[in-house]
Design a protein around this ligand. Structure first.
Ligand code: GLC
Ligand code: CA
Length: 559
Protein backbone atom coordinates (compact mmCIF):
# COMPACT_ATOMS: atom_id res chain seq x y z
CA UNK A 1 0.00 0.00 0.00
CA UNK A 2 1.38 3.41 -0.87
CA UNK A 3 2.23 5.98 1.73
CA UNK A 4 -0.07 8.97 1.74
CA UNK A 5 1.92 11.69 3.41
CA UNK A 6 4.78 13.13 1.47
CA UNK A 7 7.36 12.25 4.06
CA UNK A 8 10.15 13.12 1.64
CA UNK A 9 9.28 16.78 2.10
CA UNK A 10 9.61 16.70 5.85
CA UNK A 11 12.07 18.57 8.03
CA UNK A 12 12.28 16.88 11.41
CA UNK A 13 13.11 18.54 14.73
CA UNK A 14 14.08 16.30 17.63
CA UNK A 15 12.86 17.21 21.09
CA UNK A 16 14.50 15.73 24.16
CA UNK A 17 11.65 16.71 26.49
CA UNK A 18 13.59 16.75 29.74
CA UNK A 19 15.76 19.59 28.41
CA UNK A 20 13.38 21.55 26.22
CA UNK A 21 11.18 23.84 28.31
CA UNK A 22 9.91 23.64 31.89
CA UNK A 23 6.40 24.99 32.54
CA UNK A 24 6.03 24.30 36.27
CA UNK A 25 9.41 25.23 37.77
CA UNK A 26 10.42 21.73 38.86
CA UNK A 27 13.57 21.98 36.76
CA UNK A 28 12.45 19.36 34.24
CA UNK A 29 11.19 20.12 30.75
CA UNK A 30 7.63 18.95 30.12
CA UNK A 31 4.81 18.64 27.59
CA UNK A 32 3.20 21.95 28.48
CA UNK A 33 6.62 23.52 27.92
CA UNK A 34 6.67 22.04 24.42
CA UNK A 35 3.18 23.38 23.69
CA UNK A 36 4.35 26.85 24.68
CA UNK A 37 7.10 26.69 22.05
CA UNK A 38 5.10 25.44 19.06
CA UNK A 39 5.01 28.91 17.52
CA UNK A 40 8.79 29.07 17.78
CA UNK A 41 9.03 25.76 15.90
CA UNK A 42 6.50 26.82 13.28
CA UNK A 43 8.47 30.01 12.78
CA UNK A 44 11.64 27.97 12.29
CA UNK A 45 9.76 26.10 9.56
CA UNK A 46 9.88 22.46 10.61
CA UNK A 47 6.86 20.19 10.03
CA UNK A 48 7.65 17.11 12.10
CA UNK A 49 8.73 16.64 15.71
CA UNK A 50 10.44 13.47 16.85
CA UNK A 51 9.64 13.36 20.52
CA UNK A 52 12.09 11.34 22.62
CA UNK A 53 10.15 9.05 25.00
CA UNK A 54 7.49 10.60 27.23
CA UNK A 55 5.94 7.33 28.49
CA UNK A 56 5.96 6.23 32.12
CA UNK A 57 9.47 5.34 33.14
CA UNK A 58 11.70 4.99 36.20
CA UNK A 59 14.24 7.02 34.14
CA UNK A 60 17.16 4.67 34.44
CA UNK A 61 17.97 5.69 30.84
CA UNK A 62 15.88 8.87 30.90
CA UNK A 63 12.73 7.40 29.40
CA UNK A 64 14.29 4.77 27.12
CA UNK A 65 13.23 2.31 29.83
CA UNK A 66 9.44 2.23 29.57
CA UNK A 67 7.27 0.85 32.35
CA UNK A 68 3.90 1.62 30.73
CA UNK A 69 3.39 2.36 27.04
CA UNK A 70 -0.12 3.70 27.70
CA UNK A 71 0.79 6.38 30.21
CA UNK A 72 2.77 9.57 30.43
CA UNK A 73 5.82 10.06 32.62
CA UNK A 74 4.66 12.19 35.55
CA UNK A 75 7.82 14.32 35.14
CA UNK A 76 6.42 15.41 31.78
CA UNK A 77 2.71 15.81 32.61
CA UNK A 78 -0.44 13.87 31.91
CA UNK A 79 -2.22 12.14 29.04
CA UNK A 80 -4.46 15.21 28.83
CA UNK A 81 -1.33 17.31 28.18
CA UNK A 82 -0.29 14.84 25.50
CA UNK A 83 -3.69 15.07 23.82
CA UNK A 84 -3.41 18.83 23.90
CA UNK A 85 0.06 18.66 22.33
CA UNK A 86 -1.33 16.50 19.52
CA UNK A 87 -4.20 18.85 18.76
CA UNK A 88 -2.18 22.04 19.16
CA UNK A 89 0.70 20.84 16.99
CA UNK A 90 -1.78 20.05 14.22
CA UNK A 91 -2.83 23.70 14.25
CA UNK A 92 0.80 24.63 13.68
CA UNK A 93 1.13 22.20 10.78
CA UNK A 94 3.42 19.93 12.77
CA UNK A 95 3.05 16.19 13.22
CA UNK A 96 4.49 14.29 16.16
CA UNK A 97 6.54 11.13 15.91
CA UNK A 98 6.62 9.04 19.06
CA UNK A 99 9.79 7.24 20.02
CA UNK A 100 9.00 3.54 19.82
CA UNK A 101 11.21 1.65 22.26
CA UNK A 102 10.32 -2.01 21.86
CA UNK A 103 13.63 -3.81 21.81
CA UNK A 104 13.29 -3.76 25.59
CA UNK A 105 11.01 -2.54 28.36
CA UNK A 106 11.84 -1.32 31.82
CA UNK A 107 12.33 -4.04 34.43
CA UNK A 108 9.49 -2.20 36.21
CA UNK A 109 7.06 -2.90 33.36
CA UNK A 110 4.20 -5.15 34.53
CA UNK A 111 5.22 -7.80 31.97
CA UNK A 112 8.70 -8.13 33.42
CA UNK A 113 7.49 -8.12 37.01
CA UNK A 114 5.34 -11.14 36.19
CA UNK A 115 7.96 -12.72 33.93
CA UNK A 116 10.62 -12.84 36.60
CA UNK A 117 8.33 -14.24 39.26
CA UNK A 118 7.83 -17.68 37.77
CA UNK A 119 9.00 -19.70 34.77
CA UNK A 120 5.44 -20.77 34.11
CA UNK A 121 4.04 -17.29 34.08
CA UNK A 122 2.59 -16.33 30.71
CA UNK A 123 4.87 -13.30 30.50
CA UNK A 124 8.06 -15.26 31.17
CA UNK A 125 8.47 -15.95 27.48
CA UNK A 126 8.07 -12.24 26.62
CA UNK A 127 11.74 -11.92 27.60
CA UNK A 128 14.94 -13.79 26.83
CA UNK A 129 16.44 -16.19 29.38
CA UNK A 130 19.43 -18.44 29.78
CA UNK A 131 18.71 -22.17 30.23
CA UNK A 132 20.15 -22.22 33.74
CA UNK A 133 22.17 -20.01 36.07
CA UNK A 134 25.18 -20.10 33.70
CA UNK A 135 25.68 -17.07 31.46
CA UNK A 136 25.38 -18.26 27.84
CA UNK A 137 28.12 -15.97 26.51
CA UNK A 138 30.52 -13.17 27.41
CA UNK A 139 28.86 -10.33 25.52
CA UNK A 140 29.25 -6.86 26.94
CA UNK A 141 26.25 -4.56 27.03
CA UNK A 142 26.14 -1.11 25.42
CA UNK A 143 26.34 0.33 28.93
CA UNK A 144 29.26 -1.80 30.27
CA UNK A 145 29.24 -5.14 32.09
CA UNK A 146 27.63 -8.39 30.97
CA UNK A 147 24.42 -8.47 28.93
CA UNK A 148 23.21 -11.16 31.36
CA UNK A 149 21.76 -10.56 34.80
CA UNK A 150 20.85 -13.25 37.28
CA UNK A 151 17.21 -13.46 38.32
CA UNK A 152 17.37 -15.23 41.67
CA UNK A 153 13.77 -16.38 41.91
CA UNK A 154 13.99 -18.51 38.75
CA UNK A 155 17.74 -19.10 38.78
CA UNK A 156 18.20 -17.91 35.21
CA UNK A 157 19.80 -14.92 33.57
CA UNK A 158 17.86 -12.47 31.44
CA UNK A 159 19.33 -10.68 28.43
CA UNK A 160 19.76 -6.91 28.41
CA UNK A 161 21.72 -5.31 25.57
CA UNK A 162 21.46 -1.99 27.42
CA UNK A 163 21.21 -1.47 31.20
CA UNK A 164 20.10 -4.24 33.53
CA UNK A 165 16.92 -2.21 34.02
CA UNK A 166 16.19 -2.65 30.28
CA UNK A 167 15.45 -6.37 29.72
CA UNK A 168 15.21 -7.31 26.02
CA UNK A 169 11.87 -8.44 24.66
CA UNK A 170 11.57 -11.81 22.94
CA UNK A 171 10.36 -11.06 19.41
CA UNK A 172 9.78 -14.75 18.81
CA UNK A 173 6.79 -14.59 21.13
CA UNK A 174 3.63 -14.16 19.08
CA UNK A 175 1.46 -12.66 21.82
CA UNK A 176 4.10 -10.12 22.74
CA UNK A 177 4.35 -8.98 19.13
CA UNK A 178 0.59 -8.60 18.90
CA UNK A 179 0.47 -6.56 22.09
CA UNK A 180 3.12 -4.22 20.65
CA UNK A 181 1.14 -3.79 17.42
CA UNK A 182 -2.03 -3.05 19.38
CA UNK A 183 -0.19 -0.41 21.37
CA UNK A 184 1.22 1.18 18.22
CA UNK A 185 -2.25 1.36 16.64
CA UNK A 186 -3.61 2.90 19.83
CA UNK A 187 -1.16 5.78 19.49
CA UNK A 188 -1.75 6.20 15.76
CA UNK A 189 -5.51 6.25 16.35
CA UNK A 190 -4.91 8.99 18.87
CA UNK A 191 -3.31 11.06 16.11
CA UNK A 192 0.43 10.66 16.34
CA UNK A 193 2.15 11.06 12.96
CA UNK A 194 4.42 8.04 13.10
CA UNK A 195 7.34 6.54 14.95
CA UNK A 196 11.07 6.74 15.39
CA UNK A 197 12.05 3.14 16.08
CA UNK A 198 14.72 2.79 18.74
CA UNK A 199 17.47 0.28 17.79
CA UNK A 200 15.01 -1.70 15.66
CA UNK A 201 17.58 -3.82 13.87
CA UNK A 202 18.56 -5.69 17.03
CA UNK A 203 15.04 -7.07 17.73
CA UNK A 204 15.95 -10.46 16.21
CA UNK A 205 18.62 -12.17 18.26
CA UNK A 206 21.40 -14.44 17.02
CA UNK A 207 22.31 -17.77 18.57
CA UNK A 208 22.87 -16.82 22.19
CA UNK A 209 25.17 -19.75 22.87
CA UNK A 210 27.72 -18.86 20.24
CA UNK A 211 30.49 -16.48 21.21
CA UNK A 212 30.82 -13.10 19.57
CA UNK A 213 34.15 -12.52 17.90
CA UNK A 214 35.87 -9.35 19.05
CA UNK A 215 38.29 -8.10 21.63
CA UNK A 216 37.47 -8.72 25.27
CA UNK A 217 37.66 -5.88 27.80
CA UNK A 218 39.54 -6.19 31.07
CA UNK A 219 36.61 -8.07 32.58
CA UNK A 220 36.53 -10.55 29.73
CA UNK A 221 33.42 -9.10 28.10
CA UNK A 222 33.24 -8.76 24.34
CA UNK A 223 31.50 -5.77 22.84
CA UNK A 224 30.44 -6.37 19.27
CA UNK A 225 27.15 -4.73 18.26
CA UNK A 226 27.63 -6.17 14.78
CA UNK A 227 26.79 -9.49 16.32
CA UNK A 228 23.41 -8.33 17.64
CA UNK A 229 22.34 -6.43 14.53
CA UNK A 230 20.55 -7.43 11.29
CA UNK A 231 20.05 -11.05 12.27
CA UNK A 232 17.89 -13.62 10.49
CA UNK A 233 14.27 -12.92 11.13
CA UNK A 234 14.51 -9.14 11.37
CA UNK A 235 13.05 -8.53 7.90
CA UNK A 236 10.13 -10.81 8.61
CA UNK A 237 9.41 -8.84 11.81
CA UNK A 238 9.64 -5.50 10.02
CA UNK A 239 7.47 -6.66 7.12
CA UNK A 240 4.88 -7.87 9.56
CA UNK A 241 4.94 -4.61 11.52
CA UNK A 242 4.47 -2.76 8.26
CA UNK A 243 1.57 -4.94 7.22
CA UNK A 244 -0.14 -4.93 10.61
CA UNK A 245 0.44 -1.30 11.47
CA UNK A 246 2.25 1.22 9.25
CA UNK A 247 0.59 0.37 5.95
CA UNK A 248 -2.85 1.03 7.43
CA UNK A 249 -2.02 4.56 8.51
CA UNK A 250 -0.83 7.82 7.08
CA UNK A 251 2.40 7.80 9.04
CA UNK A 252 6.11 8.49 8.86
CA UNK A 253 8.62 5.91 10.07
CA UNK A 254 12.30 6.22 10.76
CA UNK A 255 14.42 3.43 12.19
CA UNK A 256 17.56 3.81 14.24
CA UNK A 257 19.87 1.18 12.78
CA UNK A 258 23.02 0.23 14.65
CA UNK A 259 25.91 -1.25 12.69
CA UNK A 260 24.34 -0.86 9.30
CA UNK A 261 25.95 -0.41 5.92
CA UNK A 262 24.27 0.86 2.74
CA UNK A 263 23.69 -2.59 1.26
CA UNK A 264 21.77 -3.70 4.34
CA UNK A 265 20.01 -0.38 4.81
CA UNK A 266 18.38 -0.40 1.42
CA UNK A 267 16.46 -3.55 2.28
CA UNK A 268 14.69 -1.71 5.08
CA UNK A 269 13.78 1.42 3.15
CA UNK A 270 13.70 0.84 -0.59
CA UNK A 271 10.73 2.68 -2.08
CA UNK A 272 7.95 0.09 -2.35
CA UNK A 273 9.63 -2.92 -0.73
CA UNK A 274 11.02 -1.61 2.54
CA UNK A 275 9.05 -1.56 5.79
CA UNK A 276 10.32 1.88 6.81
CA UNK A 277 10.56 5.29 5.17
CA UNK A 278 14.11 5.95 6.30
CA UNK A 279 16.89 4.96 8.67
CA UNK A 280 19.54 6.60 10.77
CA UNK A 281 22.97 5.07 10.29
CA UNK A 282 25.99 5.66 12.51
CA UNK A 283 28.80 5.63 9.96
CA UNK A 284 29.58 9.34 10.23
CA UNK A 285 28.91 10.07 13.91
CA UNK A 286 30.89 7.02 15.01
CA UNK A 287 34.00 7.72 12.93
CA UNK A 288 37.01 7.43 15.21
CA UNK A 289 38.92 9.91 13.08
CA UNK A 290 36.40 12.50 11.92
CA UNK A 291 38.55 13.85 9.12
CA UNK A 292 36.99 15.31 6.00
CA UNK A 293 38.58 12.51 4.05
CA UNK A 294 36.83 9.88 6.17
CA UNK A 295 33.49 11.69 6.01
CA UNK A 296 33.75 11.75 2.22
CA UNK A 297 34.51 8.05 2.16
CA UNK A 298 31.26 7.34 4.03
CA UNK A 299 29.25 9.65 1.77
CA UNK A 300 30.72 8.00 -1.31
CA UNK A 301 29.56 4.65 -0.02
CA UNK A 302 26.01 5.74 0.66
CA UNK A 303 25.33 7.94 -2.36
CA UNK A 304 24.92 5.14 -4.95
CA UNK A 305 22.33 3.51 -2.70
CA UNK A 306 20.53 6.85 -2.28
CA UNK A 307 20.42 7.19 -6.06
CA UNK A 308 18.78 3.78 -6.27
CA UNK A 309 15.84 4.59 -4.01
CA UNK A 310 17.42 4.48 -0.55
CA UNK A 311 16.61 7.20 1.93
CA UNK A 312 18.72 8.56 4.80
CA UNK A 313 18.11 10.68 7.82
CA UNK A 314 20.76 13.38 7.80
CA UNK A 315 22.11 14.24 11.22
CA UNK A 316 25.42 14.83 12.96
CA UNK A 317 24.17 15.04 16.52
CA UNK A 318 21.25 13.95 18.69
CA UNK A 319 20.59 13.10 22.34
CA UNK A 320 23.19 10.30 22.08
CA UNK A 321 25.89 12.27 20.33
CA UNK A 322 27.66 15.44 21.44
CA UNK A 323 26.89 18.75 19.72
CA UNK A 324 27.67 18.78 16.01
CA UNK A 325 29.34 22.19 15.97
CA UNK A 326 31.77 21.03 18.69
CA UNK A 327 32.50 17.68 17.10
CA UNK A 328 32.47 18.39 13.37
CA UNK A 329 32.89 22.16 13.37
CA UNK A 330 35.00 24.70 15.22
CA UNK A 331 32.93 25.96 18.14
CA UNK A 332 35.64 28.36 19.21
CA UNK A 333 36.93 30.50 16.37
CA UNK A 334 34.32 29.72 13.74
CA UNK A 335 31.13 29.00 15.65
CA UNK A 336 28.65 30.66 13.31
CA UNK A 337 30.54 29.77 10.17
CA UNK A 338 30.92 26.11 10.99
CA UNK A 339 27.41 25.75 12.45
CA UNK A 340 25.95 27.05 9.18
CA UNK A 341 28.29 24.95 7.05
CA UNK A 342 27.22 21.77 8.85
CA UNK A 343 23.58 22.78 8.52
CA UNK A 344 24.13 23.24 4.80
CA UNK A 345 25.44 19.71 4.58
CA UNK A 346 22.53 18.16 6.50
CA UNK A 347 20.02 20.00 4.34
CA UNK A 348 21.54 19.34 0.93
CA UNK A 349 22.68 15.72 1.08
CA UNK A 350 20.14 13.17 -0.16
CA UNK A 351 17.64 12.26 2.57
CA UNK A 352 15.63 14.02 5.23
CA UNK A 353 17.26 16.71 7.37
CA UNK A 354 17.03 16.38 11.16
CA UNK A 355 17.61 19.26 13.56
CA UNK A 356 18.46 18.30 17.11
CA UNK A 357 17.08 20.89 19.54
CA UNK A 358 19.42 23.82 20.02
CA UNK A 359 21.39 23.09 16.86
CA UNK A 360 19.48 25.86 15.11
CA UNK A 361 21.24 28.40 17.36
CA UNK A 362 24.63 26.69 17.39
CA UNK A 363 24.52 25.21 20.89
CA UNK A 364 27.87 23.68 21.84
CA UNK A 365 29.25 20.98 24.08
CA UNK A 366 29.47 21.76 27.78
CA UNK A 367 32.70 22.15 29.70
CA UNK A 368 31.87 19.79 32.56
CA UNK A 369 33.97 20.61 35.62
CA UNK A 370 33.22 17.72 37.91
CA UNK A 371 31.85 14.19 37.86
CA UNK A 372 28.81 15.28 39.84
CA UNK A 373 27.58 17.27 36.84
CA UNK A 374 26.98 14.11 34.80
CA UNK A 375 23.62 12.35 34.73
CA UNK A 376 23.69 9.90 31.80
CA UNK A 377 23.82 6.19 32.66
CA UNK A 378 26.26 5.46 29.84
CA UNK A 379 28.61 8.08 31.28
CA UNK A 380 28.18 7.03 34.92
CA UNK A 381 28.86 3.37 34.10
CA UNK A 382 31.72 4.41 31.82
CA UNK A 383 33.37 6.39 34.61
CA UNK A 384 33.23 3.33 36.88
CA UNK A 385 34.64 1.10 34.20
CA UNK A 386 37.57 3.42 33.39
CA UNK A 387 38.34 3.73 37.12
CA UNK A 388 38.43 -0.06 37.35
CA UNK A 389 40.89 -0.08 34.49
CA UNK A 390 43.14 2.19 36.57
CA UNK A 391 42.70 5.39 34.55
CA UNK A 392 43.19 8.60 36.54
CA UNK A 393 40.42 11.13 37.14
CA UNK A 394 41.86 13.81 34.86
CA UNK A 395 41.91 11.41 31.97
CA UNK A 396 38.36 10.25 32.69
CA UNK A 397 36.95 13.76 33.07
CA UNK A 398 38.53 14.85 29.79
CA UNK A 399 37.29 11.74 28.06
CA UNK A 400 33.67 12.33 29.04
CA UNK A 401 33.86 16.07 28.49
CA UNK A 402 34.28 15.09 24.91
CA UNK A 403 32.14 11.96 24.66
CA UNK A 404 29.35 12.18 27.23
CA UNK A 405 25.78 12.15 25.95
CA UNK A 406 25.09 14.86 28.54
CA UNK A 407 26.80 17.34 26.19
CA UNK A 408 23.73 17.44 24.02
CA UNK A 409 21.27 17.11 26.90
CA UNK A 410 21.92 20.44 28.64
CA UNK A 411 18.80 22.66 28.71
CA UNK A 412 17.82 24.70 25.66
CA UNK A 413 19.10 28.24 25.84
CA UNK A 414 16.05 30.42 25.23
CA UNK A 415 17.29 33.79 26.47
CA UNK A 416 19.87 35.37 28.76
CA UNK A 417 17.75 35.38 31.91
CA UNK A 418 18.41 33.02 34.84
CA UNK A 419 18.86 29.39 33.69
CA UNK A 420 18.65 30.52 30.08
CA UNK A 421 14.88 30.90 30.42
CA UNK A 422 14.55 27.10 30.56
CA UNK A 423 13.19 26.95 34.10
CA UNK A 424 12.48 29.09 37.16
CA UNK A 425 13.57 26.19 39.34
CA UNK A 426 16.82 24.27 39.62
CA UNK A 427 17.55 22.64 36.24
CA UNK A 428 17.92 18.83 36.34
CA UNK A 429 21.18 19.21 34.37
CA UNK A 430 23.36 22.33 34.51
CA UNK A 431 22.80 24.96 31.87
CA UNK A 432 25.77 25.67 29.60
CA UNK A 433 27.23 28.98 30.86
CA UNK A 434 27.57 30.24 27.29
CA UNK A 435 23.79 30.84 27.26
CA UNK A 436 24.32 34.57 27.76
CA UNK A 437 25.62 34.69 24.20
CA UNK A 438 24.09 31.67 22.52
CA UNK A 439 20.30 31.82 22.92
CA UNK A 440 17.22 31.93 20.73
CA UNK A 441 16.19 35.43 21.81
CA UNK A 442 19.42 36.84 20.35
CA UNK A 443 18.88 35.13 17.05
CA UNK A 444 15.24 35.02 16.02
CA UNK A 445 15.09 38.72 15.15
CA UNK A 446 18.58 38.88 13.68
CA UNK A 447 18.56 38.24 9.95
CA UNK A 448 22.27 37.35 10.03
CA UNK A 449 22.00 34.56 12.61
CA UNK A 450 22.36 30.80 12.58
CA UNK A 451 18.62 30.55 13.29
CA UNK A 452 17.66 32.62 10.24
CA UNK A 453 20.12 30.63 8.13
CA UNK A 454 18.20 27.48 9.11
CA UNK A 455 14.97 29.21 8.09
CA UNK A 456 16.55 29.96 4.73
CA UNK A 457 17.62 26.33 4.25
CA UNK A 458 14.14 25.11 5.09
CA UNK A 459 12.53 27.46 2.60
CA UNK A 460 15.07 26.33 0.01
CA UNK A 461 13.80 22.76 0.25
CA UNK A 462 10.34 24.05 -0.55
CA UNK A 463 11.55 26.04 -3.58
CA UNK A 464 13.86 23.57 -5.29
CA UNK A 465 12.94 19.92 -5.80
CA UNK A 466 16.53 19.01 -6.53
CA UNK A 467 17.28 19.11 -2.78
CA UNK A 468 14.72 16.41 -2.18
CA UNK A 469 14.72 14.35 -5.35
CA UNK A 470 18.07 14.95 -7.00
CA UNK A 471 20.60 12.25 -7.78
CA UNK A 472 23.95 12.95 -6.18
CA UNK A 473 27.60 12.68 -7.07
CA UNK A 474 30.70 13.62 -5.10
CA UNK A 475 32.87 16.10 -7.02
CA UNK A 476 36.32 17.66 -6.51
CA UNK A 477 37.16 14.60 -4.47
CA UNK A 478 40.88 15.24 -4.28
CA UNK A 479 40.53 18.60 -2.51
CA UNK A 480 41.54 17.65 1.00
CA UNK A 481 39.43 20.08 3.02
CA UNK A 482 36.47 20.14 0.72
CA UNK A 483 33.25 18.16 0.73
CA UNK A 484 31.58 18.89 -2.58
CA UNK A 485 28.73 17.32 -4.51
CA UNK A 486 26.50 17.89 -7.46
CA UNK A 487 22.84 16.97 -7.55
CA UNK A 488 20.56 16.88 -10.55
CA UNK A 489 16.82 16.67 -11.00
CA UNK A 490 14.84 17.53 -14.13
CA UNK A 491 15.99 21.02 -15.15
CA UNK A 492 17.71 21.83 -11.84
CA UNK A 493 21.39 21.31 -11.10
CA UNK A 494 22.79 22.05 -7.68
CA UNK A 495 26.41 22.36 -6.59
CA UNK A 496 27.37 22.33 -2.93
CA UNK A 497 30.90 23.26 -1.85
CA UNK A 498 31.83 22.94 1.81
CA UNK A 499 35.24 24.09 2.97
CA UNK A 500 35.37 22.17 6.21
CA UNK A 501 38.53 23.68 7.63
CA UNK A 502 40.23 26.66 9.25
CA UNK A 503 42.17 27.23 6.02
CA UNK A 504 41.41 28.83 2.72
CA UNK A 505 40.88 26.45 -0.15
CA UNK A 506 41.53 27.33 -3.75
CA UNK A 507 39.59 25.44 -6.41
CA UNK A 508 41.22 25.51 -9.80
CA UNK A 509 39.29 25.48 -13.05
CA UNK A 510 35.84 26.27 -11.75
CA UNK A 511 34.78 26.53 -15.37
CA UNK A 512 34.05 22.81 -15.14
CA UNK A 513 31.62 23.37 -12.34
CA UNK A 514 28.85 25.70 -13.35
CA UNK A 515 28.07 28.11 -16.16
CA UNK A 516 30.28 31.12 -15.81
CA UNK A 517 27.34 33.41 -15.64
CA UNK A 518 25.91 33.01 -12.17
CA UNK A 519 23.41 35.83 -12.54
CA UNK A 520 20.42 33.59 -13.15
CA UNK A 521 21.35 31.08 -10.49
CA UNK A 522 20.26 30.85 -6.90
CA UNK A 523 23.23 31.20 -4.57
CA UNK A 524 23.45 30.77 -0.85
CA UNK A 525 26.81 31.46 0.70
CA UNK A 526 26.94 31.14 4.49
CA UNK A 527 29.60 33.83 5.00
CA UNK A 528 27.74 36.40 2.92
CA UNK A 529 24.55 35.50 4.71
CA UNK A 530 26.14 35.95 8.13
CA UNK A 531 27.63 39.28 7.19
CA UNK A 532 24.49 40.52 5.48
CA UNK A 533 26.09 41.01 2.06
CA UNK A 534 24.73 40.28 -1.36
CA UNK A 535 25.33 36.56 -1.98
CA UNK A 536 27.40 36.98 -5.15
CA UNK A 537 30.03 39.04 -3.34
CA UNK A 538 30.96 36.20 -1.04
CA UNK A 539 32.45 34.01 -3.72
CA UNK A 540 35.87 35.19 -4.66
CA UNK A 541 36.54 34.25 -8.25
CA UNK A 542 40.01 34.96 -9.55
CA UNK A 543 40.38 34.11 -13.20
CA UNK A 544 39.76 30.42 -13.31
CA UNK A 545 39.96 29.92 -9.56
CA UNK A 546 37.49 30.03 -6.71
CA UNK A 547 38.72 30.95 -3.29
CA UNK A 548 36.80 29.54 -0.35
CA UNK A 549 37.39 31.09 3.04
CA UNK A 550 37.57 29.00 6.24
CA UNK A 551 34.24 27.20 6.83
CA UNK A 552 32.65 28.79 3.80
CA UNK A 553 29.81 26.86 2.24
CA UNK A 554 28.24 27.62 -1.10
CA UNK A 555 25.10 26.35 -2.73
CA UNK A 556 24.59 27.16 -6.39
CA UNK A 557 21.38 26.10 -8.12
CA UNK A 558 21.25 26.55 -11.87
CA UNK A 559 17.84 26.86 -13.35
C1 GLC B 1 18.90 4.25 21.51
C2 GLC B 1 18.59 5.58 22.14
C3 GLC B 1 19.44 5.76 23.36
C4 GLC B 1 19.10 4.67 24.34
C5 GLC B 1 19.22 3.28 23.71
C6 GLC B 1 18.50 2.27 24.52
O1 GLC B 1 20.19 4.18 21.04
O2 GLC B 1 18.74 6.60 21.19
O3 GLC B 1 19.25 7.01 23.96
O4 GLC B 1 19.95 4.75 25.45
O5 GLC B 1 18.64 3.22 22.41
O6 GLC B 1 17.11 2.43 24.44
CA1 CA C 1 8.44 20.61 34.58
Amino acid sequence: MSKKIDWKDSVVYQIYPRSFSDSNSDGIGDIKGIISKLSYLENLGINVIWLSPVYSSPNDDNGYDISDYYNINTDFGTMADMDELLSESKKHGIRILMDLVVNHTSDEHEWFKQAKSDKNNKYHDYYIWSKDEQKPNNWRSFFQGSVWELNKSTNENYLHLFSKKQPDLNWENREMRNEIYTMMKWWLDKGVGGFRLDVFNVYAKPDLYSSAPGIADSNGFVFNPGHYANNDGIHEIMQEMNEEVFSNYDCLTVGEAVEINPTEAINYVQSDKGALNMVFHFEIVSLEDKSTKNMKKVLKNWIPVMNKGGWNSNYLSNHDNPRQVSVFGNDDKYLKESATLLATMNFTLPGTPYIYQGEEIGMTNMLFNSFSQFNDIETINGIKSLRNQGKDDDFILNYFREKSRDNSRTPIQWDNSLNAGFTDGKPWLDVNPNYTEINTENQIHDDKSIFTYYQELISLRKQFSVLTHGDSKIILEKEEDLIAYKRTYKNETMYVLLNRSDNETVIKSHANLWNNNLDDSYILDNLSFLSGNNSLDGIVVKGDEILLKPWQSIIVIEK
